[in-house]
Design a protein around this ligand. Sequence first.
Ligand SMILES: Nc1nc2c(ncn2[C@@H]2O[C@H](COP(=O)(O)OP(=O)(O)OP(=O)(O)O)[C@@H](O)[C@H]2O)c(=O)[nH]1
Ligand SMILES: [Mg+2]
Length: 140
Amino acid sequence: MTTETLPLESAKIVSDCPRLRVLVVGKSGAGKSSLISFAFGVKMESISDRARGVSDINKAIESPQNPRFVLHDSMGFEPGETVNLNSIDNFLKVHSGEAVSLEEQVHIIWLCIAVPASGSRVFETGDEQLLTLASELRGK
Ligand SMILES: Nc1nc2c(ncn2[C@@H]2O[C@H](COP(=O)(O)OP(=O)(O)OP(=O)(O)O)[C@@H](O)[C@H]2O)c(=O)[nH]1
Ligand SMILES: [Mg+2]
C-alpha cells in the first residue's frame, strides 16, 4: 500500500464526529477558565484571582480559532463540597451512553490540577471521584 492509498485515520474520525466535546474540570482556582481562554482564544469573563468563577457547565463554548472542539467550563469543586461535583457527575451521565448521539457525547475530560507544593497531594478527593466516574462511564 502506498501513502496515496493509505486511509487517514483522522479523516474517518472527523467524518464520524466533526467536533470533539471537551469537559474542563478541576478544583476551584486550578486554572480551567484560563486554559480555555489561552488555548482556544476564547474571551472568558469568569477568570478571577479574588473570587470563585461562575460558569454554566451546559453552555457550549466555541473557539474562533478551532472549530474542531466545543468546550464546557465547569464550576470548580472544593473539598467537602458536593453541588458542583454533582453537576459534573450529572453532565457526564447525560452526555454519555449508547442512547446519546456521538456528537453529543463528551469525548475528552480535561482535568486541571495545580502543580502541588512539595509534600502536598497531587489529587484532591474530588479529582479522584471524577477519575473513578469517568472510568465507570467509559465504553458505556
Ligand atoms: N501562576 C499561574 N496562575 C494561573 C495559571 N492559570 C490560571 N492562573 C490564575 O489563577 C487564578 C484562577 O484562574 P481561573 O482560570 O479563574 O481558575 P478556575 O479553575 O477557572 O477557577 P474557578 O472557576 O473558580 O473554579 C487567576 O488569577 C488566574 O490568572 C497558571 O498556569 N499559573
Ligand atoms: Mg473558572
